[in-house]
Design a protein around this ligand. Structure first.
Ligand code: ADP
Ligand code: ADP
Length: 208
């Protein structure tokens, strides 16, 4: 099973990806998480650290390289869920070539849809536990008292606004690209987490 999650910042991609990957036993591959790990280790070049913290995209060849290496690992052989990649048509084309060279293809692209006002509230009040990677929300999924919380540098209001704009500009062509390929399934991301999981699982199962 090879699944792609597309959606604006704060749509719930990471939350749903974790739940679905647990249920299906496939790895969640998030370019955002990989870039943040590299940043924490000090191995991400400074110009990319700045691009990320301002809410811009890092260059296509950087994320394509990360995906090429990560999808080659053994645990990704039975399938994987890509969360936050591809974000541009050149990334999607590179992914197609990469998969074709291995005799593989995508099963489905899930687009999580959430209106702008909710996105802002979801992203600005998002907190993650540094030790476990668990995603919390100060209003909708309050963290336990012993969580070691982190507020992402790019989750401030102005930066989230910019990231939503970047998403709309850079990713606008991606949805028709996958629509034309017959892979795109739109899922309403508004509602409680379990309800959204049910909707996502329904479209993913139908694509199997
Ligand atoms: P993304 O990976 O798309 O940026 P996340 O999964 O990190 O989104 O979710 C953004 C924030 O919204 C997090 O704080 C998360 O706890 C919260 N969230 C996710 N799904 C829902 C939902 N269905 N209802 C309310 N809050 C949600
Ligand atoms: P969100 O979950 O809020 O949508 P991510 O964690 O996926 O955000 O991404 C955080 C940041 O990492 C992005 O704003 C961008 O700077 C960088 N990034 C992640 N994935 C990509 C990608 N596929 N292409 C370019 N930049 C990316």
């Amino acid at each position: 099973m090879r699944v792609v999650f597309v959606g604006p910042p704060g749509a719930g991609k990471g939350t749903q990806a974790k739940l679905i990957c647990e249920e299906w036993g496939i790895p969640q591959i998030s370019t955002g998480d990989m870039l943040r790990e590299a940043k924490a280790k000090g191995t991400l070049p400074q110009d990319l650290v700045e691009k990320m913290s301002k809410g811009g995209l890092v260059p296509d060849d950087v994320v394509i390289g990360l995906i090429r290496a990560r999808t080659e690992l053994d645990d990704a052989k039975p399938g994987f869920l890509l969360d936050g990649f591809p974000r541009t048509v050149p990334q999607a084309e590179a992914l197609n070539e990469l998969l074709a060279s291995r005799g593989q293809q995508l099963n489905v692209v899930v687009a999580l849809e959430v209106p702008q006002d909710l996105l802002m509230e979801r992203a600005v009040l998002r907190r993650t536990d540094k030790r476990t990677g668990q995603i919390y929300h100060l209003k909708y999924k309050p963290p336990p008292p012993d969580a070691d919380l982190e507020h992402r540098a790019d989750d401030r209001e102005e930066t989230v606004r910019h990231r939503i704009d970047v998403y709309e500009k850079m990713t606008a062509d991606l949805l028709p690209f996958y629509g034309n390929a017959g892979l795109l399934k739109r899922v309403d991301g508004v509602g409680d987490v379990k309800e959204v999981t049910r909707r996502v699982l329904a479209v993913v199962k139908a694509a199997k």
